[in-house]
Design a protein around this ligand. Structure first.
Ligand SMILES: C[S@@+](CC[C@H](N)C(=O)[O-])C[C@H]1O[C@@H](n2cnc3c(N)ncnc32)[C@H](O)[C@@H]1O
Length: 224
């Protein structure tokens, strides 16, 4: 589809999402991406019950805020390269005290070595200009046994996954979701070849898994 190609070409040149797109994205996430992100928020609070969590490329803050609301004992920092995204996310957080948003690049995170318990990220990986540096930066700040869950779209999910998603989202929302997946992320074959090799060259070495879940590719990395 031409529009998908047009937007993808623009994305290749952009790392930080510019102001007008940030405002559009803020509306979109509340309507279409709400459901999968709520599920991820639930999985995160089941996985970890205390400590410092980082959301890389936190955008409008939806996921960070949902995690913070569910687990007041967690401290969440959303990191984003776009000033507008940080501004919108801080506004969305209102008075919730255990979530903060900071302007920073994921290649140079404002955290000490071995200081972070858990990292998560949704729909940001495909924007990273220096993914190897970002993964090594995650390794640096994570405590021993700390884990990172990096989610991004997979534009050619297997048929049974598509049937499941159609059923979950319904006839109106699924086509929009599937276009969003095409714009965010890579094909399965790219994950399974180039991205797998990239991950093996990070400081995580072979301590990672990749699995498809709800139309996302989930990369699970562990600092051993
Ligand atoms: C498509 S948005 C996803 C936002 C949010 N995670 C979500 O699921 O709604 C991708 C975000 O990653 C941010 N981003 C891209 N490259 C980044 C980097 N190197 N460091 C920090 N943020 C980055 C962009 O500014 C943008 O806000």
């Amino acid at each position: 589809m031409c529009l998908v190609k047009f937007i993808k070409d623009i994305q290749v040149r952009l790392e930080a999402i510019p102001g007008p797109s940030a405002i559009f994205y803020n509306a979109l996430i509340k309507v279409i991406l709400r459901k999968p992100e709520l599920r991820i928020a639930q999985e995160i609070v089941q996985e970890i019950d205390k400590g410092i969590l980082i959301d890389l490329g936190s955008g409008t803050g939806f996921l960070s805020i949902e995690v913070a609301k569910r687990a007041p004992q967690l401290n969440i920092y959303g990191i984003d390269l776009s000033r507008k995204m940080v501004e919108i996310a801080s506004g969305n957080a209102g008075g919730i005290e255990n979530v903060k948003f900071k302007l920073a690049n994921a290649i140079d995170l404002p955290f000490e070595n071995n200081s972070v318990d858990f990292i998560f990220s949704t729909g940001s990986f495909h924007h990273w200009k220096h993914p190897l540096k970002v993964f090594n930066e995650c390794y640096r700040i994570l405590k021993g046994n700390g884990v990172a869950w990096i989610y991004d779209g997979c534009s050619d999910s297997p048929k049974d996954e598509i049937i499941k998603l159609k059923h979950q989202y319904g006839a109106f929302k699924y086509p929009i979701l599937s276009q969003i997946q095409k714009l965010h992320g890579f094909k399965w074959e790219i994950y399974n070849t180039k991205i797998k090799r990239l991950l093996e060259h990070t400081r995580f070495k072979k301590n990672f898994q990749m699995k498809l879940t709800d139309g996302w590719m989930k990369m699970i990395l562990k600092k051993i």
